[in-house]
Design a protein around this ligand. Structure first.
Ligand code: HEM
Length: 204
């Protein structure tokens, strides 16, 4: 595998803390990429986008190798024992492309922070329904970085790495908030539907 990326976990994990301390504290933690980082990300994306299908596959095969617990979340892949087989799987290719299209959309919206924030929160909400909890999100950024480094070759710099990490921390922070919002909403709905029959009894 030969690629180690540090510094993505700590802040991305804050979604767990936000559940305890509230979304305002969490939002303050989500640092937005600086202007020069935005430009660096956009420039590098022009090169990466030619290989998005390949990057999507490499990213997810690596994710399942380094964190096998993530594979269990995927109905389609949980029973696949031989990860090499996944490299030629149409399903994984399609899934990788969905994730990479989201990254593409995010890069395109880097200059529209409100829209990007809404997009990432919604994605976090849908991940609540996929049973994919925030503690796993930071792994994806790390695997993305490992997958794109060989494509960018000597264009890859420490500054560019920091720019992509900042973007992934930001996105996964918002996804975590969306996930927790949705979890609270579902719990609230479950509680109120439990309470309803009691109320009916009192009225009788
Ligand atoms: C930066 C982190 C991640 C991003 C940007 C991301 C993005 C996406 C996108 C764009 C989709 C397509 C459906 C939709 O738009 O709702 C999706 C689906 C899904 N994701 Fe993620 N995801 C991330 C992390 C994870 C992790 C860590 C897991 C599991 C451990 C996961 C599990 C799933 C599952 C089960 C689906 C539904 C199945 C499918 O569409 O093939 N995701 N994700």
């Amino acid at each position: 595998m030969g690629c180690a990326v540090s510094g993505l976990g700590a802040k991305a994990d804050f979604g767990e803390r936000s559940a305890e301390h509230g979304d305002a504290a969490a939002a303050a933690d989500a640092v937005y990429p600086r202007e020069e980082q935005v430009q660096m990300i956009k420039e590098s994306w022009k090169v990466i986008r030619d290989d998005i299908a390949k990057v999507g596959i490499i990213m997810f095969v690596r994710l399942f190798e380094t964190h096998p617990e993530c594979k269990d979340v995927f109905f389609l892949f949980r029973d696949v024992k031989d990860l090499e087989r996944l490299r030629s799987s149409r399903d994984l290719r399609a899934h990788g492309l969905r994730v990479m299209s989201f990254i593409e959309k995010s890069v395109a919206r880097l200059e529209q922070q409100d829209r990007l924030e809404a997009l990432a929160r919604e994605l976090g909400k849908s991940h609540y329904h996929y049973n994919a909890p925030p503690k796993y999100y930071s792994y994806v950024g790390a695997e993305f970085i490992c997958a794109v480094q060989p494509i960018l070759k000597d264009r890859w710099t420490a500054e560019l790495e920091e720019a992509w990490k900042t973007m992934f921390r930001y996105l996964t922070s918002l996804m975590s908030q969306g996930y927790h919002e949705q979890r609270r909403r579902q719990r609230h709905l479950a509680l109120s539907s439990k309470e309803r029959p009691d109320k009916r009894n009192t009225a009788l």
